[in-house]
Design a protein around this ligand. Structure first.
Ligand code: HEM
Length: 496
């Protein structure tokens, strides 16, 4: 006992001195920083703030119009860029392509693309870039269409009735698309209905739990979380998803082996689902890596697309004249409801695309992304950011800054994406899918699937709402969420 206390004291002192030495090159960086408190840095600014106020605080800092701003939390140094040029420089640099463990640890999917460390990511991204190629996405169009038709049928119960929250239906549709294109689950098979429901609840529970932890300060004692009932339900949901993926992987492996032996391709779907692409490359990934990759694609693709589309439907219900313009365009390119959906005619839906982009500008589903320097990085001549510094890239602030978007930056205006206006802006002023080599691998998948759902819903129904644009409020959890529900009313659209 007599020795333990001095020993602990020595370890604490040693750790403190080590942290100071480590932090020194970062602290002396010549970058402006708001006033801070010794030891804890800027932690007091965020502690106790709800997720809506955190967004407002970030906007307040961003309005300071500096190129870079420096923050620190104990010995963690973070830098936030303030101009599109700086966003571009950071997101393009190989030196900054690491993901900070502290920001992505809660996902617990360290082998998946979203959270993996640089070297593993570099190897795996090459493989998956091929999986998301245009010909594969084209083969997914019938699945997108089937899921979109299904959501329209299910929505009929709300016809001419009260306002309802459109979000759960969109989430289920988006989940079915992802499960079908990554795991080969057939959307309209009755026996899959219960499984879709279970996955829906399990994924949502895991996402909600991570979001609730994510917004606790970085020093939140996660060990305390283990003592809460939420943790056990979180664990149960995560285990369900893991076991489910294991089962599907084994089933698909058997199917592929059988078809290999019999050279009978009939059992394989006509589209190139992600799991089959992985399994056909025997030995490239371990089983653990496979389910973490597939679960990452599911997690990264499902909630983002569904949330974006829920916002988009709400904006269209609020701005009925914009909705009408989208419908006019649809009627021109898809004159009948059975006009086939192809890459070519989806590409012609240019006004719809502007509406989706404006939705992602006003409400970028991934409001913040993080990077970490893997080695010293000269961000501008003479200013070298040392290894181990975290970059906080606040996309939400960038998208709403008056400096880049003008006095009407907070208003919803799809014409912001007219080609002549786009040409006037720096390419990194609008980055809802991030930027550079480590950007969103699923952005084309997202655009095609969202366009298909919008197309089918607007062909069938007219949307309205009593909600007012100016009264909408957002909060930043894991993704950017509307505070409240996406309430809309629908009526049958008469053919025009
Ligand atoms: C509106 C829809 C979507 C938005 C706004 C979005 C946004 C983003 C953003 C901002 C990132 C960068 C995250 C970071 O660096 O921390 C990202 C990464 C990623 N997204 Fe998406 N995403 C969407 C849809 C999808 C879809 C549909 C898929 C898959 C089917 C997908 C799969 C991924 C993956 C795997 C990554 C990690 C990529 C890497 O690090 O190499 N996303 N997404």
């Amino acid at each position: 006992m007599g020795l333990i206390l001095p020993l602990l004291g020595f370890i604490a002192l040693f750790t403190f001195i080590y942290a100071l030495i480590d932090a020194y090159p970062k602290i002396k960086l010549d970058i402006p920083s708001p006033p801070s408190i010794p030891i804890i840095g800027h932690l007091h600014k965020v502690i106790g703030l709800n997720t809506e106020d955190q967004l407002k605080l970030a906007q307040e800092y961003a309005s300071g119009q500096v190129k870079l701003m420096k923050f620190w939390f104990f010995n963690i140094m973070a830098i936030a860029p303030g101009t599109p040029e700086m966003f571009q420089r950071i997101l393009n640099a190989e030196e900054c392509m690491e993901k900070p463990f502290i920001a992505y640890r809660l996902l617990a999917l360290n082998n998946g693309l979203l959270a993996s460390r640089f070297h593993r990511w570099q190897r795996d991204r090459k493989f998956f870039n091929n999986s998301f190629k245009m010909s594969t996405l084209q083969s997914f169009l019938p699945i997108f269409n089937e899921a979109a038709e299904r959501i329209c049928d299910d929505m009929r119960v709300n016809l001419n009735g009260e306002s309802f929250n459109i979000s759960p239906a969109i989430f289920k549709c988006s989940l079915k698309m992802i499960c079908s294109t990554s795991l080969g689950m057939r959307i309209n098979d009755a026996e899959n209905a219960e499984t879709f429901d279970k996955i829906y609840h399990a994924v949502n529970y895991v996402i909600e739990s991570i979001a609730s932890l994510q917004n606790k300060p970085v020093i939140y004692p996660e060990t305390l979380y283990l003592l809460t009932p939420r943790f056990w339900k979180h664990l149960k949901s995560a285990l369900y998803l893991k076991n489910f993926h294991h089962r599907i992987i084994n089933e698909r492996r058997n199917i592929l082996e059988k078809t290999d032996e019999n050279k009978n391709e009939e059992e394989l779907p006509s589209y190139d689902i992600f799991i089959d692409q992985i399994l056909k490359n025997k030995g490239l990934f371990t089983d653990r890596e496979i389910w973490e990759h597939i679960l990452t694609i599911l997690a990264a693709g499902y909630e983002t697309s569904a949330t974006c589309l829920s916002h988009c439907m709400l904006f269209l219900a609020i701005f009925e004249e914009i909705q009408q313009k989208v419908v006019d365009e649809i009627n021109e390119i898809f004159p009948t409801s059975d006009t086939e959906i192809t890459l070519e005619n989806l590409g012609k839906l240019q006004y719809m695309e502007r509406v989706i982009k404006e939705t992602l500008r006003i409400a970028p589903v991934g409001p913040v992304v993080f990077r970490e320097t893997r080695k010293p990085f000269e961000i501008e001549p003479g200013l070298v950011i040392p290894k181990g510094v975290v970059f906080i890239l606040h996309i939400y602030c960038l998208h709403r800054a008056k400096r880049w978007w003008g006095e009407r930056a907070e208003e919803f205006d799809p014409d912001n994406f007219l080609p002549e206006r786009v040409a006037e802006r720096h390419p990194a002023t609008f980055i809802p899918f991030s930027f550079g080599k480590r950007n969103c691998i699923g952005y084309r998948y997202a655009m095609l699937s969202m366009k298909t759902i919008l197309l089918r819903m607007l062909q069938r129904y007219k949307f309205s709402t009593h909600l007012k644009y100016k009264e909408l409020r957002f909060k930043s959890t894991l993704t950017l969420q509307l505070i409240g529900e996406h309430l809309v009313k629908i009526e049958e659209r008469k053919s025009e």
